[in-house]
Write a protein that binds this ligand. Structure first.
Ligand code: THU
Length: 134
């Protein structure tokens, strides 16, 4: 699967977004080394802070199907934003632990802007399990 196809799948995943509060639909698609794709969309709640982002839903979807960090190749995220959709800080922290350092991350918008990046660019000097050791 090429990058454009993965971004297209992330765009399609926006249809599963539940976003009555923000009206901001985000879609995500996570590609595994065996070709499997897992989708995510943002799911909101009237208790706003319980809302979950598209990227984490895609990642947790893959993990709940038995896939592991080392199985992941790339993630795409798409929203209707003026620039390529940024990933929030909470997702960056989660991805720094559960998504491989060499994995590609494609931030995109519905109009076709794309930024290719990775988790160390998105979250340099991340807090990790190493920091819990004395
Ligand atoms: N959101 C995502 O799903 N991913 C992002 O990268 C940015 C924000 C969601 C959370 C919330 O449902 C809505 O977008 C507005 O912040």
């Amino acid at each position: 699967m090429n990058v454009q196809e993965l971004i297209e799948k992330a765009k399609e995943a926006r249809k599963w977004s539940y976003c009555p509060y923000s009206n901001f639909a985000v879609g995500s698609a996570l590609l595994c080394k065996d070709g499997q794709v897992f989708y995510g969309a943002n799911i909101e709640n009237s208790s706003y802070s319980l809302s979950m982002c598209a990227e984490r839903n895609a990642l947790y979807n893959a993990l709940m199907h038995g896939y592991k960090k080392e199985d992941f190749l790339a993630l795409a995220v798409v929203a209707d934003t003026p620039r390529a959709c940024a990933m929030c800080g909470a997702c960056r922290q989660v991805f720094s632990e559960l998504f491989p350092a060499e994995g590609k991350i494609y931030l995109a918008n519905v109009e076709g802007s794309v930024i290719e990046t990775d988790i160390s660019q998105l979250l340099p000097y991340a807090f990790s399990s190493e920091d819990l050791k004395k």
